[in-house]
Design a protein around this ligand. Sequence first.
Ligand code: PMP
Length: 419
Amino acid sequence: LDFKKASFKDFEDPAGLDAYQRAVYFNQYLNFLEDEGRLNYRFETSSAGGPEIELNIPALGGVGKYISLVSNDYLGFSQHPLVKKAAIFGIQYLGTGTGASPAIGGHFTFHRELEEKIAAFFQRDAAIIYTTGYTANSSSLMALIGKEDLVVTDMKIHASMFEGCKGKNQKTFRHNDLEHLELILKDAKDRYRTRFVVVDGVYSQDGDLARLNELVNLVHRYDGYVIMDDAHGVGVIGETGRGVIEPNGLYQDVDIITGTFSKTFGHLGGYVVASPELIRFFKFQSRQHLFSVTATPASMGILKAIDLIDEEPEWKDLLWENVNHFTSGLKSIGLDIGNTQSAIIPVKIGDMALTAEVSGKLLRAGVYANPIMYPAVSKKDTRIRMSLMATHTTQQIDRVLNVFNDLARELPIRKGGEV
Ligand code: PMP
């Protein structure tokens, strides 16, 4: 295998190797990626997550302070005193664990409250919670899509949704290309029992949005169901932070909304919001819910975080001040930030070696941002992916902009449309 052209997929089941040999071979590939600077950093931090964190990077002299552009804690709620207080109350009152999966004793009052609160947040009647956002997506799709059904996915949806489609009748449409989607739906019209269309609200690598209004109309015209994962939209998009459904008033039109408690809500866990009948179906047919524990009592912090979106809207305003300041700064340097309309901001570089060099230089300048390489994105689309928080200061953002300004002079980084 040519390591230069390989991807993680090539190591899923290489011919002729037993499980141990396969692991050894994969380790060789990881060493190769590490040497090339293409393996995502797994730096360790012992400080609280926030806009500035401590990282231990031996190659850069040990523990140092870095501006963090890697967190999805968009409103800073994982550090909010009232969220922490509610989480601590949960532990003091109920303990640290729930002892069993929900069907056999691990279903507490706060689980029901969390389900009711997240459903009401989207002006809907029912929700189910899962251990993570990943499982909410994969497990609900696994349970939902039957042998005679078709699932059609945008090609840029999150891995967890793709996981739920494995082994199903699945087709993929070009990102946000609704004409392509329509061709597929037309062709599928009388050939499948149910048609599901799966999209993200905010796309996790580019920060661009689904064309939700047109999409919902199209899919419903073809008698299909719309399933949307808005992990990165909630708390960020819309006047009151309800995510991508809000600007178009599509509360009742997206058939199934999924999401996570690990980003804006500052904790961990996932949810699916749908009709009461579907939710009850999931509670007994979705195996990862039936046979796995869900939220621990510390998740009572999430109940407070949901309230804070309405009680303290100033965090979303601060986040957008930061996003607007940062994106206009990057554009005026001449960098290509694609079509982002959220708090996820890519700087597109389009060359693997150069992306590795930029991320190394950012680190040396005290800025922590993730390089996103092939095969996560195509080779021509490698980038530095950043996300902002409400709690970044203007000074910190200006420091990052200064570093990018210097790098853009020094290195042949791809230029954007607007200069
Ligand atoms: N959906 C999207 C769009 C994501 O980006 C992620 C992961 N970051 C998930 C789902 C999974 O969420 P979690 O990490 O909470 O399991």
